[in-house]
Design a protein around this ligand. Structure first.
Ligand SMILES: O=c1[nH]cnc2c1ncn2[C@H]1C[C@H](O)[C@@H](CO)O1
Ligand SMILES: [Zn+2]
Length: 386
């Protein structure tokens, strides 16, 4: 017998399901209308479009190039309008609001403070403006009937040379809104070992970090991120698939690195739509997430850049549900994985899982039992309409 809970969730259920987001860039998630207003207010005149809908489409198309360096060029426009305290506050507040509206209950949102200094702000002023914005967004979300908690991850750019400075900044703000550290930017030619001093510093401080690795570049990047740098999580990590062999009879063999990642329960921050745009995967159906989920890697689902990918957490799940037939149980599995892998303290993660995530899914999974039907005869399970 199949119960209704083995059916694919509806778009409305997907949106209402509690979701956890670990990999989302603040400068990759602005509302198009906000970019236009901020550009006008600050005199930035290089936007390719001045109509919000057209600008949204421009970002998606420009990011759809099949190349990570080209994808990253689009951030020049978003960073250009995020150079004042007011702009950073607004973008951060709207980010928290938009995520909450989409059913995200916990998010770690990252950005590179060094990219927001052009108008004279200090690194500290950047962090504080973003923190204040997140708190404001949490308040607005609460007033609108949503609950969300947002932590910041401070990113250092891998082509630059400020990683240690940003790691120290992350450590200074660790009890004040910042939950960890990351490096991002073009991967090929910029190995994470360039920034070993930053990672060693954070380890000495018992702090947490994730590294973008295994997206545009393969296994050596993942290996360095884990075995040289000691990353707690991998941003993307999708190319771990190169160390997994599937034989014609369906049997699967894991190489040493893939085994290590699975055995040590290293969280992989999967971003399916972003991977399609940078050609790290060919289609949703062929995305390695399908096989990695079957093999029980510690997988999480993420947005990466909601603006450039025209996406949201709900959209990412919709694509995966279409491609792989996932159910609410699968969504819960991804969500609990993400919460287990978050950088906030263990007791808080556990409370989120037990008091927010599991009850949220239990509620959704039991809805069919209470659905009203036109007819009062027959079995509820088979007669119910959506
Ligand atoms: O998917 C990505 N890979 C590498 N770097 C990225 C990705 N998405 C965004 N970034 C970069 C561009 C942003 O300006 C920076 C900080 O958020 O991080
Ligand atoms: Zn990213």
């Amino acid at each position: 017998m199949t119960s209704e809970t083995s059916n694919p969730p509806t778009p409305d259920q997907i949106r209402r399901a509690p979701k956890v987001l670990l990999h989302d860039h603040l400068d990759g998630g602005l509302r198009p209308g906000t970019i236009i207003e901020l550009a006008r207010a600050t005199g930035y005149d290089k936007l390719p479009e001045t109509d919000a809908d057209k600008l949204g489409t421009w970002f998606r198309d420009a990011a759809d190039s099949g190349s990570l360096p080209r994808y990253l060029e689009t951030f020049a426009h978003t960073c250009a309008v995020m150079q004042t305290k007011e702009a950073l506050f607004r973008v951060a507040a709207e980010c928290a609001e938009d995520l909450a509206e989409d059913g995200v209950v916990y998010a770690e949102v990252r950005y590179a403070p060094e990219q927001h200094l052009e108008a004279g702000l200090t690194l500290e002023e950047v962090v504080e403006a973003v923190n204040d914005g997140f708190r404001e967004g949490e308040r607005r979300a609460k007033a609108a009937g949503h609950r969300i908690r947002v932590g910041a991850l401070l990113t250092a750019m891998r082509h630059a040379a400020r990683a240690l400075e940003i790691a120290e900044l992350a450590n200074r703000y660790r009890d004040n809104g910042v939950v960890g550290f990351d490096i991002a930017g073009a991967e090929a030619g910029f190995p994470p070992t360039r920034h070993l001093d930053a990672f060693e510093y954070l380890k000495r401080e018992n702090n947490h970090f994730t590294i973008h690795a295994g997206e545009a570049f393969g296994l050596p990047s993942i290996w360095q991120a884990l075995q040289w740098c000691g990353a707690d999580r991998l941003g993307h990590g999708v190319r771990i698939i190169d160390d997994i062999e599937v034989a014609e009879d369906g049997s699967v063999t894991l190489g040493r690195l893939a085994s290590y990642v699975r055995d040590k329960r290293i969280p992989l921050e999967m971003c399916p739509t972003s991977n399609l745009q940078t050609a790290a995967a060919a289609s949703y159906a062929e995305h390695p997430i399908g096989l990695l989920r079957k093999l029980h890697f510690r997988l999480t689902v993420n947005t990466d850049n909601r603006l450039m990918s025209g996406t949201s957490m709900s959209r990412e799940f919709e694509h995966l549900i279409d491609a792989f037939g996932y159910t609410l149980d699968d969504m819960q599995w991804f969500t609990v994985n993400a919460m287990k892998s978050a950088f906030i303290p263990f007791d808080e993660r556990l409370a989120m899982i037990n008091d927010v995530i599991k009850p949220g899914y239990a509620e959704l999974k039991s809805e069919w039992l209470f659905r009203q039907t036109a007819s009062t005869s027959g079995s509820v399970g088979t007669q119910a309409t959506a």
